[in-house]
Design a binder for this molecule. Sequence first.
Ligand code: ADP
Length: 267
Amino acid sequence: MVTHIGAPRRREPATIHINGLSKDYSTPRGTVHAMGTVNLTIHAGEFICVVGTSGCGKSTLLRMIAGFEQPTTGNIKVDTLEVEGPGPERGVVFQDYGLFPWLTVEENVAWGPHQQHLGKSIVKERCEKYINAVGLERFANRYPNELSGGMQQRVSIARVLANEPSVMLMDEPFGALDAMTRSSMQEELVRLHHEIGITVLFVTHSIEEAVKLANRVVVMTGGAAKGIPGHVRGIVDIDLPAERDVTGERFNALKRQISQMVNTEEG
Ligand code: ADP
């Protein structure tokens, strides 16, 4: 079902400036050079997918933008504000939904706005708006364990959007879903992005998913396990219309181009 969001958003989509960012982890077995120097600008309203094989530093990058990890060098600015920790202007959607099982759908979605001490009527309005936006109006009083995986992931997206963030960070959000559900969630996310105009950074190891969703794909390679810190191999512009034909020639040419970049290290 298509629900249109009419009311203006409080926060405009933000630009993310990543400057000289790197990350080492200290472990009992020594230092892990997880990510080498990354410079990247994600423009306001873009839908960026980050792809790469396991261990190349995709989640590390996302977690630093989220403020969950501190960079070893460099910094991140969301518009002009330097990231020093988590903040309500950056919402994060995880693969395992991260819902509170003891709260209903509506209570889960209301959680963020409550934490921001917004008035009761605004909280109610936001809950309605974003629960409707993800098509769950008939399930507002259900608990997470009464819902399918796809529905739980919709709740977690609504919960993030209810904070009206300027950036949405998504770490393999559809990785645990079956192929059909995943495909319909991808379509819904494209629609939501179009309607809400938020900046999205979406981590996936599926090249097809990246070409379906993004306007630019950031390809990462390397990884501590390979002895080369993870880094950006290249960025591919997805010059496809909003409605994408996964069987189309250009779609498949882009998939092949990205696949080659993922699977070959520059020498
Ligand atoms: P990806 O998301 O691309 O699979 P990650 O960002 O999760 O990669 O990991 C990059 C590298 O950093 C991997 O070698 C991983 O083992 C290592 N790593 C990630 N988190 C930690 C941590 N908390 N402590 C030590 N090493 C870590």
